[in-house]
Ligand binder design. Structure first.
Ligand code: ATP
Length: 357
């Protein structure tokens, strides 16, 4: 995506950061558009928190350049300290002061009294107008989350950084608070970057998602793009549920139980990615046997062994009943076929594995 220069809130160019000899961020390049809610998604240890700390200014990159709203804030010989970057932060544990009430906690964010209009505005923005006198321990997890957000927004930052902000909430509350946080951030008109290892969270809340793996961004796109068209094997494996088949491309094609499909690399190690919801039961499909069923209420997952030995997970509606254990499977959409990068340390790079996970 090419972003007009005026609209850029964040531009990271090849940032690198190591702790002692441990590389945490290897080559971080990304662009965040002004007003956007941008998620960095990746597994534990991939460098997400370090990426946020670099943007906030708590870490200095060993290489690369970081520009916030046209100001270069980190580059060789340049380091603008955190307090001069205009960035607000919300942490996983909220870091609220238990001995202060809500108004005082939010006032702390602006270094002012609780009567300051910026505190009143931030409380109103987050739906906490009547809560100023309440003690933090009297609040629910979702309300505490909003206090943390109010405190970060009170100084009217140009950029808000959120580090796993929902992980302390129980699952029932999480979806609701997520939607609230998105609405508040959009109302405030602030650019925001959220980091999370929870793909559902990233896909449901963000305007765009960056998938991070071992210190690098592997793919950036709108939620449906990264889900429907994963660019790398890691993205396909990590984001959503997928049947992943390692195979070898020959003459630009890969062979699957459903026929041949074009492969991006002419030859060599490839993977075929089939989402369980892209498989359907169809009389003229490829025959197999149901080995197990997982019933979830809203849908069910069938584990099917095709007669050629390939294992396929199939997502079907809750009312689908199979006539005995014999079924036939067809694809609703062509699978995604990806070339496997030549990384000898990466287990997924082994060619010629059997066509199954
Ligand atoms: P998580 O989701 O588990 O919080 P993350 O994706 O946020 O992980 P980081 O916290 O950025 O990842 O860590 C990236 C790598 O850097 C990891 O290997 C981690 O062990 C290492 N690391 C992070 N902080 C430090 C530190 N202060 N000293 C040494 N190593 C560190």
């Amino acid at each position: 995506m090419t972003v007009p220069h005026d609209d850029l809130a964040v531009r990271a160019e090849s940032l690198a950061c190591s702790y002692d000899a441990v590389p945490a961020v290897v080559d971080l390049s990304l662009e965040v558009v002004s007003g956007e809610l941008f998620a960095i998604l990746g597994p534990s240890g991939c460098g997400k928190t370090t990426a946020l700390r670099l943007i906030a200014g708590f870490e200095r990159p060993h290489a690369g350049r970081l520009t916030l709203f046209h100001d270069v804030v980190a580059a060789p010989g340049v380091h603008v300290p955190p307090e001069r970057r205009g960035v607000g932060l919300v942490f996983q544990d909220y870091a609220l002061f238990p001995h202060m009430n809500v108004g005082e906690n939010v006032a702390y964010g602006v270094g002012a009294r609780a009567s300051d209009p910026r505190v009143r505005d931030a409380l109103a923005l987050t739906g906490l107008a009547g809560f100023a006198e309440r003690r933090v321990h009297e609040l629910s997890g979702g309300e505490q989350q909003r206090v943390a957000l109010a405190r970060a927004l009170a100084p009217r930052p140009r950029l808000l950084l959120l580090d796993e902000p929902f992980s302390n909430l129980d699952p029932a509350l999480r979806a609701r608070v997520r939607a609230e946080v998105r609405a508040i951030v959009k109302r405030a008109g602030t650019t925001a970057i959220l980091v999370t290892h929870d793909q559902e969270e990233a896909l449901s809340i963000a305007d765009r998602v960056a998938f991070m793996w071992r210190g690098r961004i592997e793919q950036v796109g709108r939620p449906n793009q990264v889900y429907e068209r994963p660019a790398t094997v890691h993205a396909a494996e990590f984001i959503g549920d997928a049947n992943i088949y390692r195979t070898a491309a020959r003459d630009g094609r890969v062979m699957t139980p459903w026929g041949e499909y074009p492969a991006p690399a002419g030859q060599g190690a490839s993977v075929v990615v089939v989402r369980p919801e892209d498989v359907e039961l169809r009389a003229d499909g490829v025959p197999g046997t149901v080995e197990a069923r997982e019933y979830y209420g809203h849908d069910q997952l069938l584990h099917v062994r095709l007669d050629d030995g390939t294992h396929v997970r199939v997502r079907v509606g809750p009312r689908v009943r199979t006539d005995g254990d014999r079924v036939a499977l067809a694809l609703r959409a062509a699978p995604t076929v990806l070339a496997v990068p030549p990384d000898p340390a990466d287990a997924s790079a082994r060619p010629n594995d059997p066509l199954e996970r």
